[in-house]
Design a protein around this ligand. Structure first.
Ligand code: CTP
Length: 423
């Protein structure tokens, strides 16, 4: 219907040259192997909106396995294939991820179906998706090149900046979609269609989420909180208490925004310096004021990640120590065991003198490394034991104070202390 308005052959041409030629490879191989291929999901949405996306999802009608093998040869890249789910992936060196799947109904309901998948199965596949804006497909084989499939009014919703769910059980079937919805709303600047808004709230209120795996929920939270937050987040969290999905009920009001703003400033600063930060954990901590250890036992996180989430329970003690810690060495010893994320949380939760101390540590002291080590001291005649650490600490302090620059200067200084000790 919408072809009159959107000529999707032309829309495809708007893609960056690299993606366009990639699609042409997909097309040529599809023709050669007599399969039909559709670009589906988030990439179609972003293509229409003119947003960048490196993840291309394709739906294949036909022998996906042979098609994938042929494609991987043409691209000269490896591929992975899951025979049970009939899904496969090719990661291109250029940074693009290509995911392939057959229409889902074929996999689940008629595994013996002929390669020719009925159009009905494409509808069914698209109908199983979360929002109408994600349930669009564009043909990319020659027969269908540029043909838009829009059964649920996705284009209309994109034009009206609305997120609309496809059916009323969607959030009860899969409540992680509520978190996805918030992520999309923030990223695209869309709002929820009234009915969808209601269904999300109802699902959060009445849904029974006991059987949903927590790691799946966490995965969606990590995506939601991986991007910079702005003022809209507090409003959305108040309307849609998604933390209930993790059995948490934090108070999120406008006042939370000042601490988020602070966190974002600090994250900006360190991101620019190319630090590799698990930003989503920091945002979770700030919004939740930390999480109790016993609550996050089955979230599927590693110890380091759990220690970041529980960090606020020890923060006051550390701040007290920061207040009384006077020497650089003591400061280093206090902070060196913490992860980058914990240090950033300290910056977020401290002020004045204490905050300065943390900055001093991260910007300067944590980078002061000795060029000598214990072996060098043993070679200078010191016996293995705690004294080694003692001397190394002294050299480190001297390095901070008088800037010992070279390894020779460090060795000379170490020799002097050892000389005093051996006297
Ligand atoms: N999907 C869904 N329910 C989920 C997860 C995914 O219905 N819980 C559907 C969505 O319609 C989505 C498609 O599966 O378009 C592919 O999922 P994914 O790759 O995670 O999402 P994209 O939309 O491709 O990516 P993004 O929104 O992150 O850009």
């Amino acid at each position: 219907i919408k072809e009159e308005k959107y000529d999707f052959r032309r829309v495809l041409k708007r893609l960056p040259g690299e993606v366009y030629s990639l699609l042409n490879v997909i097309r040529r191989e599809a023709d050669k192997h007599d399969v039909r291929v559709y670009l589906v999901g988030g990439m179609v949405r972003d293509l229409i909106l003119g947003l960048e996306n490196n993840d291309l999802d394709f739906m294949v009608e036909g022998n996906i396995k042979y098609y994938l093998r042929a494609l991987s040869r043409t691209f000269e890249e490896n591929y992975t294939y899951n025979d049970k789910f009939k899904t496969g992936r090719i990661r291109l060196n250029s940074g693009y991820n290509l995911d392939f799947a057959v229409a889902r109904s074929e996999v689940y309901t008629s595994p013996g179906a002929l390669p020719e998948v009925e159009t009905g199965e494409i509808v069914e596949d698209l109908f199983r998706r979360d929002f109408t804006v994600n349930a669009l497909a564009i043909g990319v084989d020659s027969q269908n090149w540029g043909t838009l499939i829009d059964f649920f009014g996705g284009i209309h919703d994109i034009e009206h900046k609305k997120l609309r769910v496809l059916h009323r059980f969607s959030f009860l079937d899969d409540p992680t979609r509520i978190i996805r919805g918030l992520r999309l709303a923030l990223r695209l600047g869309f709002s929820f269609q009234d009915k969808t808004n209601l269904l999300m709230k109802e699902a959060l209120k009445f849904g029974n989420f006991k059987r949903i795996s927590k790691p799946r929920i966490i995965k969606e939270f990590s995506l939601l909180f991986s991007k910079k937050m702005d003022r809209r987040i507090t409003g959305l969290l108040k309307q849609f208490p998604i933390f209930h999905l993790l059995d948490l009920d934090p108070r999120v009001d406008e006042s939370k925004f000042s601490i988020i703003k602070r966190a974002e400033c600090i994250l900006d600063y360190f991101r620019q310096k190319n630090y590799n930060i698990k930003e989503w954990l920091i945002r979770m901590v700030v919004l939740l004021d930390g999480v109790e250890e016993k609550k996050l036992a089955n979230w599927g996180l590693n110890r380091g990640e759990r220690e970041i989430l529980t960090f606020p329970s020890v923060i006051d003690t550390i701040i007290d120590k920061l207040r009384t810690n006077s020497t650089p060495l003591k400061l280093k010893k206090l902070l060196e065991g913490f992860t980058l994320e914990q240090i950033l949380l300290l910056l977020i939760y401290t002020e004045g003198k204490e905050r300065k101390q943390v900055y001093k540590y991260i910007n300067y002291l944590s980078k002061v490394d000795l060029k000598i080590n214990g072996h060098d001291l043993i070679e200078l005649g010191l016996k293995p034991g705690p004294v080694i650490k003692e001397v190394l600490d002294k050299v480190w302090e001297a390095k901070v104070d008088n800037g010992l620059k070279t390894r020779e200067e460090e060795l000379r200084f170490a020799r002097k202390i050892i000389g005093d000790k051996l006297k």
